[in-house]
Design a protein around this ligand. Sequence first.
Ligand SMILES: [Zn+2]
Length: 120
Amino acid sequence: MDDLARFCCLNPDCPDHGKRGHGNLTVPMRYGPNKARRLLRCSTCKARFSERKGTPLFDARLPADKAASVLAHVAEGVGTRKTARLVGVHRHTVTRYVRRAGGHAERLHDDLVAFSPGDE
Ligand SMILES: [Zn+2]
């Protein structure tokens, strides 16, 4: 059984949009290298999407460990050129991943703030 508690429907028009661990998601198929990536399906709205959609790794061409390493270096304050040398990627690649992750962090922030309880 796949653990889908971290995932939620990404269709903004779905009544169950954004509800994590709601039980509305299934895994109709796997894809990618070694079939390691899951395609998720929402039983409420019938939408299908990659488990990577909405993450900095979606459509990323670097292996996940390398992409994570790039972001870890940058998060520690290592500069773009230095990160590129240490991880062994082009500095433009570092810039692209940082932009992607930055945008993701911003959306995650908005998501969390939107669901935060009020002061009362
Ligand atoms: Zn849905």
